[in-house]
Design a protein around this ligand. Structure first.
Ligand code: AMP
Ligand code: MG
Length: 488
């Protein structure tokens, strides 16, 4: 088998990681393996050898060339700086080249204690492993930059949480695991050159085009701001709430990472929070763009002395980039929202039209996902579902008239506009109660059928399939507010 790993992070920045080894799972079972991803990653030979997969992804066998490491990072958690986080329950096995010749990290999550475990056991319960698998793969299908899920293992031992739960290991693939918190760690270290080494490594790996410009570190910062602004705009456009946007959970590459308490919003309410630990709503849906800038300001602080010898000049240059985040984000958001309501041309009043729709959605407590699918239906004559959602609100009828008028400027038939809308507005998202149902069956009843069915449906989120009506809707019976927990 030609699976050869590299250890470029370890070789380049050894001060930011510690060698560590997985605790072999006692009786591993491979619950799900992502064969299409394995192909893409040049791992097709592995995909054919299930027993090898089990050995490797349960931490029982080390791949050729791999020196597993736990990476060090710091981070602002809910606004408070923690200088010593790091991979407490994850191990970077190494990096390898995918079919496009790009370097990818391969990481086990939940494979036992590392030097950064502090008081934790380094393990993961199976539920959060399957949750991350399902939601990250769904995000990928929806075209949102994300880490990927290669395998989910049931370890065969229980972990102690509030109750004893079956343990799991997730194999995660990412374009890297370098976080804003990684820069915060390097910046605080006593080694003056560490931040430069990390920035150079990150530039080379993620934004090589910034290496040759006049001020590479400033250009690097602008590139990270651009990727993260685009990412958060994408989240907002599908009603995704990350839930724990701490600086250690924001990647330099702009991929969504750490699917702990994340969830999709059902009824449109900008102040929605699902995470049980987010008492003040810091990471609510509407706060995500503000937190984006807050987090990137923490990154900017770490780059000051790389950007310019004169501190005031460096701060001025970095501030100019920071001030661009909001307009850059708004541009991405507007472009995504335009396509959600079928607009391909750009007009001055589009922002107002979209904002009016959102406020009507809020007033009428309309399901975020169903709204856009019902709008396209209304365009081709089927007004029943949109009328239901907006409870025959006259203000909404007025909005429809404005929307129709605006669409007439597009010079495209309503049928074509409706089909283009259905290509960007998913019908099937990981509905919270369906996710819970799938996890419950898998974790407590050894039954992967609901998980596999849901996972299959989420692979084609835009195409309506007869008989799957229950997967389209939010949970209409639940009286309690949906709550999520960090993936420990
Ligand atoms: P997270 O909430 O996943 O972003 O994790 C925050 C920090 O807690 C990271 O440094 C994790 O590695 C660490 N951590 C979370 N769960 C565990 C665990 N079960 N054992 C050890 N460390 C953990
Ligand atoms: Mg994390």
């Amino acid at each position: 088998m030609k699976l050869k790993l590299q250890n470029t992070f370890l070789e380049s920045i050894s001060e930011m990681c510690k060698k560590s080894y997985a605790t072999p799972a006692p009786a591993p079972e491979l619950l799900i393996f992502n064969s299409p991803l394995a192909e893409e990653l040049n791992l097709s030979s592995l995909a054919k050898d299930q027993s090898k997969c089990i050995e490797i992804f349960s931490g029982r066998e080390t791949i050729q060339g791999s020196q597993p490491i736990a990476q060090a990072y710091a981070g602002h958690q809910f606004g408070h700086f923690n200088p010593a986080l790091g991979d407490g329950r994850a191990l970077l096995l190494g990096e390898f080249l995918n079919t496009n010749g790009e370097l990818r990290d391969i990481q086990l999550k939940g494979s036992g204690p590392t030097p950064f475990s502090r008081r934790g056991d380094g393990k993961s319960a199976l539920g959060p492993v399957l949750r991350e698998y399902l939601i990250s793969e769904s995000m990928f299908v929806l075209g949102i930059p994300t880490t990927r899920a290669l395998a989910a293992i049931k370890t065969g031992e229980n972990v102690q949480r509030e109750q004893e739960l079956p343990g799991g290991i997730m194999t995660r693939v990412a374009s890297s695991h370098i976080r804003v918190g990684s820069f915060e760690y390097a910046y605080k270290s006593k080694n003056q050159s560490l931040i430069k080494d990390l920035a150079d490594y990150s530039i080379n790996r993620h934004f090589p085009e910034t290496a040759d410009v006049e001020n590479p570190y400033l250009a690097f910062f602008a590139a990270v701001c651009n990727e993260q602004a685009s990412l958060v705009a994408n989240w907002m456009s599908i009603g995704f709430i990350h839930g724990v946007m701490n600086t250690d959970n924001m990647t330099i590459s702009g991929e969504t990472i750490d699917y702990g308490p994340c969830a999709f919003m059902d009824i449109y309410n900008p102040s929605t929070v699902f995470s049980s630990i987010d008492k003040n709503g810091r990471y609510s849906y509407e706060n995500q763009p503000k937190i984006l800038t807050w987090n990137l300001t923490r990154l900017a602080e770490t780059l000051i002395h790389l950007v310019h010898d004169d501190q005031n000049e460096a701060i001025k240059l970095l501030t100019e980039v920071l001030q661009l985040i909001k307009p850059v984000y708004t541009n991405y958001w507007l472009s995504l929202m335009r396509s959600k309501i079928g607009l391909s041309k750009e007009e001055q009043d589009d922002m107002q039209l979209i904002s009016q729709l959102l406020s009507l959605m809020e007033i009428n407590k309309v399901d975020f996902t169903l709204c856009f699918r019902s709008l396209s239906k209304a365009l081709v004559g089927d007004k029943k579902s949109i009328k239901n959602l907006f409870k025959n609100d006259i203000a909404f009828d007025n909005w429809m008239a404005l929307w129709k008028e605006r669409l007439s400027h597009e010079s495209i038939s309503d049928e074509k506009i409706a089909s283009s809308m259905d290509l960007v507005n998913p019908l099937y998202i990981p509905r919270n109660h369906k996710v819970e149902e799938a996890l419950e069956a898998a974790v407590f009843h050894n039954n992967m059928k609901p998980f596999n069915k849901l996972h299959g449906i989420l692979k084609n989120p835009y195409q309506e399939v007869k008989g799957l009506h229950e997967y389209e809707k939010p949970d209409e019976n639940s009286k309690e507010k949906y709550k999520t927990y960090c993936g420990t």
